[in-house]
Write a protein that binds this ligand. Structure first.
Ligand SMILES: [Zn+2]
Length: 187
């Protein structure tokens, strides 16, 4: 973060406002640090807002979206941190592999905005949420208990709710059997 030069006048004003809000700084330097951090924080917010606006403006001319440097951001579907370019469209930001799967209609667009997992869930998230090893889940896929769609390249597997209507029940049942096996092993 860059250091922000705050004038004495502005600092006086900042201290006054802070006191009104019930915040008292022990020294002028403390107040200056706090003000400087705040300015830095707002700079980031403004920069983010400007970027959003620039992207929205571009989307009007390029409705299918466009590539942009990821700067270490992560994909909203697979969650991977991305080096190089990402894709931006009305569904938000995604890595190139996931975008390719979207273009080929393997992954529906709504998955990228379904942050609460109401309509989809990735296999790694199932594994984490239900504490079931990925190997077990892959076996369940082979047995036809879970239906997934796979993103070519990064290998992310996605289960759609509409194709896995009883997923919750199936996973809970598997989890119980898993715990039984674990308990027997521990004997
Ligand atoms: Zn991705």
């Amino acid at each position: 973060m860059t250091y922000h030069q705050i004038s004495d006048e502005d600092l006086d004003e900042f201290i006054k406002i802070s006191e009104k809000e019930g915040k008292k700084y022990s020294s002028r330097e403390d107040a200056r640090d706090a003000a400087s951090n705040l300015v830095g924080f707002f700079d980031i917010l403004i920069e983010m807002d400007m970027e959003h606006r620039r992207k929205d403006t571009r989307l009007k001319d390029e409705p299918d979206g466009f590539a942009f440097p990821s700067k270490g951001r992560s994909c909203s579907l697979c969650g991977h941190h991305i080096e190089g370019d990402m894709w931006w469209d009305k569904w938000g930001q995604k890595c190139m592999d996931c975008h390719e799967a979207f273009k080929k209609k393997i992954i529906p667009g709504y998955c990228f905005k379904d942050h609460d997992n109401e309509k989809h869930i990735t296999l790694s998230k199932i594994s984490w949420k239900f504490d079931i090893p990925t190997q077990t889940l892959k076996k369940m896929i082979r047995e036809g208990k879970i239906r997934v769609r796979t993103v070519k390249g990064n290998g992310t597997m996605v289960a759609l709710r509409k194709e896995n209507l009883n997923l919750g029940d199936i996973l809970r049942k598997e989890k119980k059997e898993l715990e039984k096996r674990r308990a027997e092993k521990a004997k």
